[in-house]
Design a protein around this ligand. Structure first.
Ligand code: URA
Length: 265
């Protein structure tokens, strides 16, 4: 081949062809090269690697990934303190971004009664403990009326650990992210009886769409994936009772019911 190539790559190619005894002029070579490039462009892209086959740290995490992370973290915690540390280190819930503190639990570990509320409000967010604001003060009085207290025989937590902006209710997705931790907390605490404070907690724990007006006043059963199986009593949320004191008589009846059930356990 006598002609010179304008690109080094093409020159190398034409030289190699010449060595092989193939004669081709540059016009011909360019046509072949163009055809080869077009074939490559038209070839279908290789299928993407499914996200679940990528190493975890290379994945863009989906909601499901974060739920799975929560499940793994919760399952790996063997004590309530270890679970608290795991929750504090978990970044899957967007509410954490705006919250000042993570409010996990308060009270006596391994207590016979576990109170589970909705989630931190302003005071809880400031202090990092559940039920320490106005509603918490009323909750303490309600518990005291049936011989319960967070310093002696009651463990207190929530179905969500970060204050939602403007104190809105936590969304279903936010609750789903916390749920593995809630279940593990119950499994590690092994309460004889659970009190769900308010509609958000009761509906979330029981996976029910029924409102608190219908859920309260009866005993329900809570089962967790890790094998807990025990009685759950929904009651009015103390914040609701602060707004609607006329409902206190029904709340009182519910508390007496809980007391009687506890004595029989
Ligand atoms: N309301 C709740 O449900 N939980 C808290 O911790 C505080 C207020």
């Amino acid at each position: 081949m006598s002609q010179t190539s304008s690109s080094p790559a093409l020159k190398a190619l034409t030289d190699w062809w010449a060595e092989m005894g193939v004669e081709a002029d540059e016009t011909q070579m360019r046509a072949w090269k163009k055809a080869a490039e077009e074939t490559a462009k038209a070839a279908p892209a290789p299928p993407p690697v499914p996200p679940e086959r990528l190493p975890r740290h290379l994945r863009k995490k989906t909601h499901e990934d974060w739920v799975n992370d929560a499940k793994e973290l919760a399952a790996g915690a063997d004590t309530l303190d270890a679970l608290k540390t795991a929750i504090e280190g978990y970044d899957g819930c967007i509410l954490k971004e705006a919250a000042r503190k993570t409010a996990v639990f308060d009270g006596v570990q391994g207590a016979p009664v576990m109170v589970i509320g909705e989630g931190p409000g302003g005071e809880e967010d400031r202090i990092g403990l559940p039920f320490v604001g106005k509603a918490g003060k009323l909750l303490d009085k309600m518990l005291a009326a049936i011989g319960l207290s967070r310093t002696e025989n009651t463990f207190i937590t929530n179905v969500n650990y970060w204050r939602p902006p403007g104190n809105r209710n936590p969304s279903d997705e936010e609750l789903e992210l916390c749920r593995p931790f809630v279940d593990r907390m119950i499994e590690l605490g092994q309460p004889k009886l659970i009190i769900a404070a308010g509609g958000v907690a009761a509906k979330s724990l029981l996976q029910s769409r029924t409102g608190i007006m219908k859920l309260r006043g009866t005993e329900h059963v809570l089962k967790t994936p890790g094998g807990y199986d025990g009685p759950l009593f929904p009651i009015f949320h103390p914040a609701f009772l602060l707004r609607r004191p006329e409902e206190k008589s029904r709340a009182w009846r519910d508390l007496l019911n809980i007391q009687a059930r506890l004595e029989a356990l």
